[in-house]
Design a protein around this ligand. Structure first.
Ligand SMILES: [Zn+2]
Ligand SMILES: [Zn+2]
Length: 134
C-alpha cells in the first residue's frame, strides 16, 4: 500500500510504499516532551520503503545520546519521523494522512504517565517497556 504524510504547514511531505509496523504509544516523560503531547504515537517503517516527496531541506533534527533522533519541520514544528544512525526508523502517527491500516497496539511506560493524563480502559498497557516478542 501507499501511505503519505505531511507536516502541519504542508511544506514537508513523504510517501511510504509499504506498511507501518508495531504502532505504539509511549507515555514516558521524554516522549511527552519530544511529541509535545501526553504520549508518543509512533510506528516503524522499512527504511527503503520511505521517501521524502518535498521539503526535505526544511527538516531539522535532534539526535540524542544513543543515535536515536527525531526530525521536525523547521517552519511549523511538526515532528515527522524518528531516525536511527541517520536512517529513517519510523514515523509519528499524527503526521500520517488518512487511514494507514494500523492501530496503536500497546501503551508503554504507563507507570510514568503524566498526572493529568486519563488512560482509556481496555487498552494493552505496560508499566514499563513491553516484553520482547519471540
Ligand atoms: Zn511544516
Ligand atoms: Zn518514551
Amino acid at each position: 500500500m501507499t501511505i503519505t504524510g505531511e507536516c502541519f504547514c504542508g511544506k514537508v511531505t513523504y510517501q511510504i510504499d509499504g506498511k507501518l509496523r508495531d504502532a505504539r504509544s509511549c507515555h514516558c516523560s521524554r516522549c511527552r516532551k519530544a511529541f509535545s503531547a501526553q504520549a508518543s504515537a509512533y510506528a516503524l517503517v522499512e527504511t527503503d520503503e520511505f521517501q521524502w516527496l518535498s521539503g526535505e531541506d526544511q527538516l531539522t533534527s535532534y539526535v540524542g545520546k544513543h543515535g536515536f533522533g527525531l526530525q521536525f519541520c523547521s517552519k511549523c514544528g511538526s515532528t515527522l519521523c524518528g531516525i536511527f544512525d541517520e536512517k529513517i526508523h519510523g514515523v509519528t502517527l499524527g503526521c500520517v494522512n488518512g487511514d494507514p491500516k494500523i492501530e496503536i497496539g500497546k501503551h508503554i511506560y504507563v507507570g510514568s504517565k503524566a498526572s493529568w493524563e486519563v488512560m482509556p480502559k481496555d487498552v494493552l498497557q505496560y508499566e514499563e517497556n513491553a516484553p520482547k516478542q519471540d
